[in-house]
Design a binder for this molecule. Structure first.
Ligand SMILES: Cc1ncc(COP(=O)(O)O)c(C=O)c1O
Length: 409
């Protein structure tokens, strides 16, 4: 048999698999599994009727450009509509500063390819989104963690870590952040810190990669739209690369996201993207464009906020009822995730093994930490399962914790 290992490149050999994707394989194989693992939107929210109408119209015509290759930068009417979406979030940007990407995950990959040299330090939060960890590691970045406070990244620690790494002779050009309802910790970065971060990035000559898939999904009982104002909205120095997506506010199957950056960087991202996919799916882009134009996305947003807020409440109530003080958490004020701290004595990996025996899956906390810690945390996603499945999943978690406690005695 051919030894394929010997044909792998250094990059191919050390490719970083996402822990969450790996969980996906388990989900597909196990019958009657409750999944709190992947951060999928609730499929009942997909606006089927509108999408059917739009798609029918697009495919009923004979305009070849609907199914033709499109520009790498993106379908121009969609780019223009994105400028409107940005404006509503407080960001004013010219067309040259925007590129459509195949999901914001591709934006992270483009950032990594264009801006990271092997051995560069990228500063990330403790904990950080695994998809970003994978994209940066694939380009052989050294990921160095910065502590979080309840209101987001600890700026004193950030500065200390940056200076420490530079003093050790390393290049530090990038800070990666998810300011709105962070994946996984659900935290909302305070407005005061957002302002300070732009000043900090200017002072220390660092670029901030601001990843914002969840900003529109704030819970109206505990957060406001004003609190989700992107860092990019107050960046007058060209310090922020802003990424967002229609995955959580319309549907992830379209794979349509976008990136905002100074035009000179966008040109580089455009050139790199040419070699990856030539263009993001043009039919997807046209459907999303029509969904924006017809107000589908704007109409959907309040219902999504309400639905995910209710699901968070259901999960919290069930956890309080079933688990008492064996789990603690900071109430998420938006997004898809409840980030739970395990009582002393529990370990994320062995608890997951017990949970799988109960047909429950979640993501282990340590998957999100670049410093090898986080074994006292788990990420529970409440977005996709129904209310009944959330309650059932929490009952299974309680059984798993009871068995784990018995086992470790
Ligand atoms: C923080 C964060 N960034 C990026 C992504 C990728 O989203 P997309 O579907 O737009 O590629 C996700 C998806 O879960 C995410 O949580």
């Amino acid at each position: 048999m051919t030894d394929y290992d010997k044909v792998l490149s250094p990059t191919g050999r050390q490719l970083h698999e996402s822990a969450i994707r790996r969980m996906g394989t388990v989900v597909a194989r196990t019958a009657d599994l409750v999944s709190f693992a992947a951060g999928y939107p609730d499929p009942s929210t997909f606006p089927w009727t509108d999408l059917r109408e739009i798609t029918n119209e697009l495919l009923n015509g004979s305009d070849g450009s609907t199914l033709q290759y499109g520009p790498t930068r993106g379908y121009k009417p969609l780019l223009e509509a994105i400028l409107g979406v940005l404006q509503a979030r407080g960001i004013t940007a010219p067309l040259e500063d925007v590129i459509v990407t195949s999901g914001s995950q591709q934006g992270l990959d483009l950032v990594a390819r264009v801006l990271i040299s092997p051995g560069d330090v990228v500063l990330v939060e403790l904990p950080a989104y695994t998809g970003a960890i994978s994209a940066f590691k694939n380009m052989q970045a050294e990921l160095v963690g910065v502590r979080q406070d309840p209101d987001g990244i600890d700026i004193e620690d950030l500065d200390a870590v940056c200076l420490r790494e530079r003093t050790a002779g390393r290049r530090v050009n990038l800070l990666y952040l998810v300011p709105n309802f962070q994946n996984p910790a659900g935290r909302l970065l305070s407005l005061g810190k957002r302002k300070r971060l732009v000043e900090w990035a200017e002072r220390r000559d660092v670029l901030i990669v601001e990843d914002d898939p969840y900003g529109a999904l704030y819970f109206e009982d505990v957060a406001t739209e004003a609190e989700t104002r992107p860092i990019r909205a107050d960046d007058d120095h060209g310090r922020v690369i802003y990424l967002s997506t229609f995955s959580k506010t319309l549907a992830p199957g379209f794979r349509v996201g976008w990136m905002v950056a100074p035009a000179t960087l966008i040109e580089r991202f455009d050139t790199a993207k040419q070699a990856i996919d030539l263009t993001s799916g043009i039919l997807d882009q046209r459907i999303v464009h029509q969904a924006i134009l017809r107000g589908v996305i704007d109409r959907l947003a309040p219902a999504l906020r309400d639905l995910y807020r209710r699901k968070r409440e259901v999960m919290e109530q069930a956890l309080h009822a079933e688990l008492g003080d064996r789990l603690t958490w900071l109430v998420p004020t938006g997004g898809f995730f409840l980030w739970a701290k395990l009582a002393p004595g529990y370990d994320d990996v062995s608890l997951l093994e017990r949970a799988l025996e109960q047909r429950l899956v979640f993501v282990i906390g340590s998957a999100f930490y670049v410093d090898g810690t986080g074994h006292d945390r788990i990420r529970l996603s409440f977005s996709a399962p129904s209310v009944e499945r959330i309650q059932e999943g929490v009952r299974r978690l309680a059984s798993a914790m009871a068995r784990e406690a018995v086992n470790s005695q």
